[in-house]
Design a protein. Structure first.
Lengths: 767, 767
């Protein structure tokens, strides 16, 4: 755990340079706009520790699978998000001497991520080996308005000398991924050009043949006066640059404006990329830095208006929750249903930047709650577009008749993961995708989504479950063998309670959805069933049979739902009994020992109770929470949020707050010592859930929104905002109680602490 | 399956060139002497399909582990047997035109492996592009007398031209493994020299720093006259050669003798390697090819005298069984307790050439039965030498107090394998190592082995088992979770019957062994227990408790021992019901499907019944055989032999013969389409077991050897030879009955078909 960042409600601040933590800061101070993202690398050269990272949405490389021992059914590649051409670079030389913070004395270093307005600022004074001192300040952002534009204002001020300052803004496509299976570069050069004050580099990914054209144009001011200056240009492999040398006197302020464009074949035809890039650069240049920034900040203000959470009386907590919301919206803006949310977003390469079940289980509620429903809807359509690939994927594993198994990890719908116990067995993900459809409709009320997209996906998933179970003669029940639940510290178990529950629920919900669509859109229904060769005489009969006769392992006496068959045969110990030096288990214990132990990586039975809370009594919840919580080591960033919500539900506020804290500042304080790889973007959505569903006690109960807010000890108050079926609410909780404001044009009935309340249009109600 | 080799009792014969099968032939026709081995690559250049393979005993490279997803506890490297410097190479040019069978018309090609005398012969006529025709015959062997010597007689006869023949014998250390994790070469050059008619290359392995010096000297005869000729020498990276050009007339017969030596730092000090190599070459040269071959053939005759099996009335079967015996003795000659038997011996690189539990379970009985007991003893001492590493290995997995877990795959005692479900879970191997000690003593009667080496190993193994089980509260029994049995088509199961049986038996046998040693060598016993910090008050008490209360999954009603807990919850189908296109499962089904199915890769419960046959009634054997055999796909080369033996025991002679056939000509007929990678050496020992224990019905029952021979249909008769406690027997079975000859100086009582018979010294008895 680290504690080097300054607490502040709206800014992330690094005071003084921390070169050892530089890669952590690069992650935390990342900027992005949903289409591109950039780690907080330096503009000028830096020979110290750094993980260069510039990312373009939708562009990936299928890196040939690397395994020790091949198993039949493994995918051919793992899709990797790409470190893309560098658009931020500006080399600086002072009388020929390179500015490089790794070789200077650095003073007054300050790095600020302004979350309110969405930009990164960095300032410092450097004393070079020659004794020359220079003050630098840079400001940059990826515009959320002009989403192909990145802009930089870079100010250099010689402090104790007169001399020549050489400025070399460049575009560099000769970049590598840190994460490559076979030590290869992923980009080849297509074309490059440099002329006067602008340059452009077009590169193409190997195999996938995505093209990116990255270009820039720059200007230099001395104070407020724009300078005229000659440039020299340089072209190298995948690299183009313009250099200018300007004579300065001490305390002259040289301001470089660099306007970059990142355009890709994900959005434009390849032959027109360069033209488009030039156009975008030109337009940005013309608009100018200040106007670009102003528009960008205004867009962020609108976003905050929708999604902000305020906390009074705890600056660290306030900073933490905004940090999470800010990065979620930097990662995914929801306009493009081909995009999704990688575990590290645009802040690192790890986990390949692909889509996991995190999206459905953790991210969807955040976007549903804080934004227009079309954003969440696009996340659902993303999976609908992948349905055929999911059917092919199931086919590879021997399933038939349109059964669909969504991949564990994917970029374009194809499975990328290659551990048999995950790839082939962690199939509960399929249920999460069905659950997301249910969750979306419950939250938005948009039943018609079923006929349009949802039912087809549900049928594919239901068909998978019905083939994945089999009849056990000894049990005289259906069983599901060989699965891995959300608790990945168990592999290849039989009858994982959570997976069985999701399977049965998926079948039930699919049959319910069929009835809905049949009633509401009979023609669409008939045509869909025909297209899917759906045989109602047999398929739903089998589904109903499975629903009626599924095996759920349970300990009758204690009322514990067993995580899997035979769970109580394990030696049951609690996490308390583990010596500190044994933690984290995944680093200290061999894998077999972890598997044999009773210790749980992340919510599993409790994830099931969380998803279907209304199916279980509070007593059942309490018994299972009290049994499983003490066994849970929370060695996944996705675990604590579910425990926080359930603890709050049970009135265990101390535990709820403890669990919340584990997630809220996970990256800012680098709890897991891995923030250098990138931020835990998807678990940030879990933090939001822990806040709104834990502290706020929010639930979507059939047709009504419900809250059971409470105020954590030591806080003065908090507010959060929620969108619900076209309504836009603010919930304000303080020692005085809860006030709910309805900012929409219709009155809304909702439940607070179990009582139904009506909040009038445009008014607020104390509850 | 292929069928291109000619049936012959003593020879393996390829008539006509089969370039598509060349790598298969290279495996089958391999030569070796227990210290070095050589695939049947060509001496002259060959640009066609070939897997070059020259191997030196004891020399390996620790290739950095390659995995997709690292699990804590994985080893750092996988030890690889090395493709070593090429000593066979002789380039041939005819008037400057290279002889290369891939570019000529080849006629009268014949490749013969003479198993009786242990040499490889190849002859052919080649018509080159120029129209020149040449007849070639080569003969080579690795001497089993001078085990550092390889010798070649290579005859070239121009058929339709007079001209210059250029002969370039060389040593080439610039060789690669096909199987490398990171595409690296494993050898670096130390020194090289070439002078007149000899050259030497010394290379060193990276990381392990083994050195090998390979040298050669050659002479050329025309007919019977030795030629004088000048040479030119060539030195390149890790390569040295001598060239001579001789003018020939049509039908002149040019005979090149190449005497090579392969000496290594496994046996000699590094600074003296070159000197030693020169000495060995010189001695071989002086002895001459014919004498070397004569001595070599005599040694093979003596080996056959001990180990031959004859079959009358079935040439294919005769060839098959001799092929197996021959290759086993080419692989392991038993003088060096640092060596062991790799799955491919000296015939290929696959599986790294390391030691598996195959040695104890399959190979040991062969060497016990066919050779002096010191050979088998060295296989046991090999594991004793690795005991400390096995204790370290267990320590890495969290075991304490001297518990030993022998590795799944090893070269020097360290674990090399890296699949968690095997490395950490296929722990029954530990029991096989205990069983081998029992088996050795039962066969040889050498109880004193326990005090000297055995007991220490047994205690380490017993300590492991006692820590690996735990108490199940619901069952009120000891259980063992998270294991993989011999049937690797199940992973991470609970209470594998076989593993539990081996664990309990290991504890029992260790306690019995302790009593034996205490009685027979009380001082050694006391000192060993002290050295091991053995606490008799607690340790054996716990062991006895586990023996008494271990859980064995069983279906009470049917009397089936369950392969693992919950096995009957599976959908039970038989192999008969599988469509042909689904086989082999490991190529056609995804891994999860294999795991969920009831299909069995190799004997598992039946392996346990085989090991401890006397503990089970014939009825128990029959019930379990009848249940498991129809579920077994035999997709391991180690499976069919156990089924053959048990089928024979049950009088299911048809099934026994079918199973025997699957193993006997596995490589000769390339059943599994993988002989090109090398021969299945360890399963060859299983074939021998299937013969002697299946057809011969041999058992070692406490203090007496026992036979229940029967004659497979269509055979006239067979004989096999057995060593037993200093006795040397021949068992001859024909339609007339069984005759047992006792070639030793003492009479022997044994059991035939259940009746005790005494066979006098030097006499034979019909039974």
């Amino acid at each position: 755990m680290k504690n080097y960042l300054t607490h502040d409600p709206w800014n992330i601040i690094e005071e003084g340079f921390h070169p050892d933590y530089n890669e952590v800061s690069e992650s935390c101070f990342s900027i992005g706009n949903g289409k591109m993202g950039q780690r907080a690398n330096f503009e000028e050269q830096f020979s110290g520790q750094t993980l260069p990272g510039s990312y373009i949405a939708g562009i990936y490389y299928p890196d040939k699978t690397r395994v020790g021992w091949w198993k039949n059914g493994y995918p051919e590649y793992f899709a990797k998000v790409l470190n893309s051409p560098n658009w931020i670079g500006i080399d600086i030389k002072l009388d020929g001497e390179v500015l490089d913070l790794a070789t200077c004395k650095v003073k007054d270093f300050r790095r600020v991520l302004n979350m309110k307005e969405g930009y990164l600022e960095r300032s410092f004074t450097a004393k070079l080996l020659s004794g020359k001192e220079v003050a630098v300040k840079s400001t940059r952002f990826c515009s959320v308005v002009d989403t192909e534009v990145g802009a930089i204002r870079y100010t250099v001020k010689p402090l104790n000398f007169d001399g020549r300052i050489t400025v070399t803004p460049y575009v560099d496509g000769d970049v590598m991924n840190k994460d490559t299976n076979w030590d290869e570069g992923f980009w080849t050069e297509i074309e490059k050009t440099a002329k006067k004050r602008s340059c452009f580099v077009t590169t193409e990914t190997k195999k996938t043949q995505f093209q990116a054209c990255v270009g820039m144009r720059f200007s230099i001011f001395k104070g407020k006066t724009e300078l005229e200056f000659p440039t020299t240009t340089t072209l190298e492999e995948k690299y183009a640059a313009c250099s200018a040398t300007v004579r300065c006197k001490a305390n002259d302020e040289l301001v470089i404006y660099k306007y970059a464009a990142v355009v890709s074949s994900f959005y434009h035809e390849k032959p027109k990329l360069l033209e488009r890039c030039k156009k975008v650069v030109k337009k940005a240049f013309k608009k100018g830095f200040e106007k670009l920034l102003k528009e960008h900040a205004a867009a962020w203000a609108a976003k905050w208006e929708e999604a902000d959470i305020t906390i009074e009386g705890d600056v660290a907590a306030q900073q933490g929750i905004r940090f999470n919301i800010f990065h979620l919206y930097q990662t995914y803006s929801g306009e493009d249903e081909r995009l999704n949310i990688g575990p590290k977003g645009f802040t690192g390469e790890k986990y390949g930047g692909s889509t996991y079940w995190d999206t459905e289980a953790y991210c969807l509620p955040f976007y549903l709650g804080t934004a227009d429903q079309k954003i969440a809807r696009n996340l659902l359509i993303y999976r609908h577009k992948h349905l055929q690939k999911a059917i092919e994927n199931a086919g590879k594993l021997g399933f038939k008749n349109g059964a669909a198994l969504y991949p564990m990890v994917t970029m374009n719908g194809e499975e990328c993961h290659n551990e048999w116990e995950i790839t082939f067995e962690e199939i509960h993900r399929n249920g999460a995708i069905a659950y997301a459809i249910f969750d979306y409709i419950r939250h938005t009320g948009e039943q018609s989504y079923l006929a349009e997209y949802g039912l087809e996906v549900l049928i594919g998933i239901a068909r998978f479950w019905s083939q994945r179970v089999h009849w056990s003669v000894p049990k005289q029940q259906y069983v599901m063998h060989g699965v891995t639940g959300p608790n990945e510290y168990e592999n290849n178990v039989n009858n994982n309670w959570y997976t069985n529950l999701l399977a049965v629920w998926s079948l039930e919900y699919t049959m319910e959805a069929m009835k809905t669509v049949e009633a509401e859109a009979p023609e669409k229904y008939a045509s869909l069933l025909k297209r899917l060769n759906f045989d109602q005489a047999t398929e739903t009969v089998v589904w109903s049979e499975i629903v009626a006769k599924m095996h759920f392992p349970q300990h009758e006496k204690s009322g514990i739902f067993l995580q899997q068959e035979g769970f109580l045969d394990k030696e049951i110990r609690t996490v308390d009994e583990l010596p500190a030096e044994d933690r984290p288990l995944h680093q200290k214990w061999s894998w077999d020992r972890i598997l044999r132990s009773c210790f749980i990586k992340q919510a599993d039975v409790l994830q099931g109770i969380y998803f279907f809370e209304e199916r279980f009594s509070e007593e059942e919840l309490r018994r299972n929470f009290d049994f499983y919580e003490p066994l849970t080591v929370h060695e996944s960033s996705l675990s604590a949020c579910v425990h926080a919500i359930l603890a709050a539900r049970l009135g265990k506020y101390g535990k709820a707050y403890e669990m919340y804290l584990r997630t809220a500042r996970l990256d800012l304080d680098d709890y897991n010592n891995d923030t250098e790889d990138g931020l835990h973007i998807t678990s940030m959505a879990g933090t939001w859930m822990a806040f709104v569903e834990g502290f706020g006690g929010m639930r979507a109960e059939s047709d009504m929104l419900s809250f059971r807010p409470y105020l954590p000890e030591g806080w003065e108050g908090y507010t959060f905002r929620i969108q619900w079926r076209g309504h836009y609410l603010q919930v304000k909780v303080s020692k005085a109680g809860t006030v709910i404001a309805n900012h929409s044009g219709q009155p809304l009935r909702l439940r607070v602490h179990g009582k139904v309340v009506e909040v009038g249009a445009g008014s607020e109600t104390a509850c």
